[in-house]
Design a protein around this ligand. Sequence first.
Ligand code: GLU
Length: 291
Amino acid sequence: MRTRFAPSPTGPLHLGHAYSALLAEDMARAAGGVFLLRIEDIDSTRSRPHWEAQIYDDLHWLGLDWDAPPMRQSDRLPAYEAALDALWARELIYPCHCSRRDILAAASAPQEGTEPAYGPDGLVYPGTCRGLRAPGYGATPRPRGEALRLDMARALAQIGADPWFEETGAGPMGQTGRIALSRGQLLRQVGDVVLSRRDFPGSYHLSVVLDDAAQAITHVVRGRDLFEATAIHVVLQRVMGLETPVYHHHELIRDAQGKRLAKRDDARAIAAYREAGATPEDLRRMVGLAR
Ligand code: GLU
């Protein structure tokens, strides 16, 4: 078993992160496996070196240890570029020039009287820029500095049998076991997600899939808020010929009012508990992972 914790250095880690990291390490250790760390720092506008330093500090304080030097997404650009080149050559991604406002306007146009659909990535892309390129465009150089979207219909047509994954935790509706993904739902509720951003050759979905594969992760342990995004990740794995790991989505740590903890909720920061005199064992108890 190989698990990982993949925080973004965009703020202090809070109690929810402590739960995720401790659970992933506990699962790996219980199976005699490997626990890895990955710094998801592709968002250069929000990532900060001091938050990354604090991640190492907080995790060490919690007693966590990773079995290899951390992977950093900012070091992985060549891998993302190569994957994008391959998807472009297969004409599975296409350039998109739509602004957020364009997308909202097109998605809200009263076609069938339906409400615009929201998926794991927000508004489902209405497809404005799809099909604007002449067939054979995959032989031309991949454009740089433009957003590139997955052609979901084309991707699904290329992956054969219906995609599925194994869930050993539970989704927001209690989903567990073998989770089959419906093509209709993927088209209507997920659609053509962005795989490369204007400002960065990659996107969360592309990077997470390539990095989990590069770290040979067998069990992805993460919060239930990412359950819907898993459908995208499984499609990408199938399209790129990568193994699909087992997914273990865990419940989210909530505050006393039942609200999800946000990164800006500094009162719940691991560092704040630490400064207030809490011990790592206290935090384990608070998230229900006392030893
Ligand atoms: N970097 C993501 C976050 O901070 C987690 C991604 C994942 O676990 O797949 O929420």
